[in-house]
Write a protein that binds this ligand. Structure first.
Ligand code: CA
Length: 225
């Protein structure tokens, strides 16, 4: 899953990114409101962490415009202010949750995960496709009961495929969701990682993760036609 962090305090932004990456999220960081808004309206993020006091464009304005473009994406507000009136105003403007600075990273992670869980009604903690099982809480993957050890990117790719089981995903969709903005290589990185996944899972005959020629990939439990 791909998250956006809009935070102008460089040190804090780095800490937040590190904590989220450790939980296997792909994370983009925007250092000001304008850059944040541009990213938020360009990519399909799963969640946005938004500071309120930002240069270029205020966090409240970013929130308002993000909401207009994307009413669904969960937004977690970071703020040094804790005035009740402002909180109410921001909840009305579409913030999903609040975190008052300074906060513990552990709390940020709890809030992020709970927002993500709430966001998608369909979001399940354990994804299953055929004999493949991915647990979003423990970040563990099992195939036919046997544990499969994956790198963060492999896990992200598999989670995206499994969350969209039976749906054909293009290489660009996969790149947008699983890789962050710092990636600027070729889309065939997706093919490389799919190969790794198939190897590790033991999907040699490619019955589980299938190539859709000219398009991308789909994971499915259905028997090939
Ligand atoms: Ca700030």
């Amino acid at each position: 899953m791909r998250l956006l962090v809009v935070e102008d305090e460089e040190k804090l932004a780095k800490l937040v990114k590190r904590a989220l990456v450790a939980e296997r999220f792909s994370v983009d960081v925007a250092p000001d409101g304008r850059a944040g808004l541009e990213l938020a309206t360009t990519y399909d993020y799963d969640l946005i962490v938004l500071d309120l006091l930002l240069p270029e464009l205020d966090g409240s304005e970013v929130l308002r415009r993000v909401r207009r473009a994307n009413p669904q994406v969960p937004v977690l507000i970071l703020t040094a202010r804790d005035a009740v009136v402002e909180k109410v105003a921001h909840f009305e403007a579409g913030a999903d949750d609040y975190l008052t600075k300074p906060f513990a990273m552990a709390e940020l992670l709890v809030r992020v995960k709970s927002l993500l869980r709430r966001a998608t009604v369909r979001r399940e903690d354990v994804l299953r496709v055929a004999d493949l099982e991915l647990d979003r809480l423990t970040l563990q993957v099992r195939y036919r009961g046997k544990r499969v050890d994956l790198t963060a990117k492999e896990y992200g790719l598999l989670e995206y495929l499994m969350a969209n089981a039976d749906r054909v995903l293009s290489r660009n969709m996969i790149l947008d969701h699983v890789w962050d903005q710092s990636f600027s290589g070729a889309t065939n990185i997706v093919d490389v990682y799919v190969r790794h996944l198939r190897d590790k899972i033991g999907d040699d005959d490619q019955k589980l993760i299938r190539t859709v020629r000219g398009v991308g990939y789909v994971i499915t439990a259905e028997e090939p036609a």
